[in-house]
Design a protein around this ligand. Structure first.
Ligand code: ADP
Length: 172
């Protein structure tokens, strides 16, 4: 007999930088939305990091791209993830795993978060094989050189990237 996770865990948090959102992120969000009652996708705004897209731009990308998923909410946070998770009274964090290269960092974060709050679990969703090469940095690299990223990001994000790099070129 299979255990229906929906019966035990209702709400999950999927945190990330989403700078920008890619089809790999979107795939994880859709799969989580199918398994859980509510998914909070939360955009990290780390003051020490430099992002290509502002917090508001990253939030807008997500909102436009997940509007077909009625049980997905977009939020944002800064500071420690576990403080945010506690504040939301949530007990499960979703992360995506692409390759072995993700594993070490993700594992350390999961253990650290478990130490900070033993009640909170981290659930890893393995990337779909067609997106396992895909990262926000790769998308920025390709788009920055004028390459075609239409198969890697949602339409809205593709437009935002074109606009961003065109503005940069024009010195705005
Ligand atoms: P962070 O700075 O938190 O790593 P990212 O936006 O880069 O933020 O990634 C957020 C989460 O999405 C991470 O768990 C990452 O491993 C996962 N992720 C990123 N790209 C993909 C992809 N192509 N397929 C599946 N998961 C992905």
């Amino acid at each position: 007999m299979f255990i229906d996770l929906k019966e035990t865990i209702l709400e999950v948090i999927y945190p990330g930088s989403f700078d920008p959102l890619t089809n790999g992120h979107l795939d994880i969000i859709e799969r989580a939305a199918d398994k859980f009652e509510r998914v909070i996708v939360s955009v990290l705004n780390n003051q020490k990091k430099t992002y290509l897209f502002s917090l508001q731009e990253r939030i807008d990308m997500l909102k436009k791209s997940v509007s077909h998923l009625k049980n997905v909410e977009i939020d944002n946070f800064d500071g420690l993830l576990i403080d945010y998770v506690n504040e939301k009274k949530c007990c499960m964090i979703i992360r995506g795993l692409r390759a072995v290269s993700d594993f070490e960092y993700e594992m350390l974060m999961a253990i650290a978060n478990k130490k900070l709050n033993p009640c909170v679990e981290t659930l890893f969703l393995v990337s779909a094989s067609e997106y396992s090469f895909l990262s926000s940095s790769l998308v920025k690299e390709i788009s920055g050189f004028g390459g075609d990223v239409s198969s890697m990001v949602p339409k809205y994000v593709e437009k935002a990237l074109n606009k961003k790099f065109r503005e940069e070129k024009n010195g705005k």
